[in-house]
Design a protein around this ligand. Structure first.
Ligand code: GLU
Length: 428
């Protein structure tokens, strides 16, 4: 479900404008925050396995670093554009701010499709990306991390290239590293678990028990898989997941009303979260068109794939039973669809709050890397729960007190802190 004219950066700016208006920000602050402070666009030449050289387009956008070094992932995706990276960098600024970690917002990407690249070719892209940016990223400047189709292995190649250029170990350069190589326990599960910590808080507010609820999930990558795991541990039932099929170049929804079995599905899933549909049929799953995840008769919708998925075109197909939408993805809902969701009084947990668990754990990873002492998994996840819960409660309290939409409440808190930091520094 993606319309061709969709521009994620225009959407991020319009969300920001709404917050700026409410907060009555002055003109200079608005101008500063509605655009990234710095942008890098470059070519990465890579010698392919067949001996030819291919040029890949790379990006890094640093939206704002008033509250701390830029922070944000690197996405490998064939449809990556500078505007997608701009939007994602802006959302990173609000994300770090809403959970009150001392970091700014950045994002990076490379236009490529890892499905069609060998690991050696991907390594060359990672090293080339770092060579282009070696003076413009760093533990005190801008700290990358994984995102769609990048993993701990990619982070380690990037770190190795950076350390080779700058000489000496600098594990604070990058987060999402492998455990044992400067990574943090809990980082892999952090984003998905964070989504469920916020769902748990909403269930409490609504007086619902997880075991009496069902959910439908879009996506079956890192965020979705761990959200499913924890939600099931709380007693909830996931009746379907939807994911991209690389072979057919379309998505499918895999449905089992008795509940999807995460472990069984993982056995028939590729490393990009693509489920084998024939094997899924053998396991008793209905294989439906990809869009249908949004129309299911469930209590909770969890979009955990890409931006622009709940739109004016499909928002009215959301079942009357849906009480909660927890945005595991960045930017899955358009402003048009937001209006309908707000009118219907569905409890929305906005993206940069719901999925802030990843970057929060990245921050913990940096702290551990800096002190060179690594915490137990329970300690990491305990700290993550505290951060996510208190950020959620602050947003939800504002939404309740002022009778405003959850996305607006999250924006007001996050933008206000960043604007204040810019002001305190004397920038505006
Ligand atoms: N890519 C993740 C996000 O969108 C994590 C970023 C990070 O850990 O820096 O939040």
């Amino acid at each position: 479900m993606s319309s061709k004219s969709f521009n994620p950066f225009a959407m991020a700016q319009s969300q920001f404008d709404r917050a700026a208006e409410f907060l009555n920000l002055d003109t200079a602050t608005r101008e500063l925050l509605r655009n990234p402070m710095r942008e890098y666009q470059f070519s990465i030449p890579v010698r392919m396995d067949d001996g030819t050289v291919k040029i890949f387009r790379g990006f890094r956008v640093q939206h704002n670093d008033a509250r701390g070094p830029g922070k944000g992932g690197i996405r490998f995706h064939p449809q990556e554009t500078i505007d997608t990276v701009r939007a994602l960098s802006m959302w990173m600024t609000w994300k770090c701010s809403v959970v009150e970690i001392p970091l700014g917002g950045s994002k990076g990407g490379v236009v490529c499709d890892p499905h069609n690249l060998s690991m050696r070719e991907q390594e060359s892209i990672c090293r080339g990306w770092v060579r282009q940016l070696s003076r413009d990223i760093g533990p005190l400047i801008d700290v990358p991390a994984p995102d769609v189709m990048t993993s701990a292995q990619h982070m380690l190649w990037m770190l190795d290239e950076f350390e080779t250029i700058h000489r000496g170990h600098q594990p604070g350069l990058i987060t999402g590293k492998p455990v044992g190589m400067g990574g943090s326990l809990g980082r892999t599960e952090a984003t998905g678990y964070g989504v469920v910590y916020t769902i748990r808080e909403v269930l409490k507010e609504l007086g619902l028990k997880a075991e009496n609820t069902t959910a439908s999930v879009q996506g079956f990558g890192n965020v979705a898989q761990y959200a499913i795991q924890l939600y099931k541990q709380l007693g909830g039932n996931i009746i379907c997941v939807s994911c991209w099929d690389q072979h057919d170049q379309t998505s499918y929804t895999f449905k089992k009303s008795s509940g999807v079995d995460l472990d069984a599905l993982l056995k028939i899933t590729d490393r990009f979260g693509g489920i084998d549909k024939n094997k899924a049929r053998d396991l008793g799953y209905e294989v439906l068109p990809g869009d249908l995840w949004v129309e299911q008769d469930v209590d909770i919708l969890i979009p955990a794939a890409l931006e622009n998925q709940i739109t004016a075109e499909n928002v009215n197909k959301i079942s009357q039973r849906v009480k909660i939408i927890a945005e595991g993805a960045n930017g899955p809902t358009t402003p048009d669809a937001d209006k309908v969701i707000a009118e219907r009084k569905i409890f929305l947990i906005p993206d940069f709050l719901a999925n802030a668990g990843g970057v929060t754990c990245s921050y913990f990873e940096q702290v551990q890397s800096n002190i060179n002492y690594y915490w137990e998994r329970d300690e990491v996840l305990g700290k993550l729960d505290v951060k996510m819960t208190s950020a959620f409660q602050a947003v939800s309290e504002l939404a309740r007190k002022r009778n405003i939409f959850m996305r607006d409440a999250a924006y007001f808190i996050a933008v206000n802190r960043v604007a204040q930091a810019c002001k305190d520094r004397g920038w505006v």
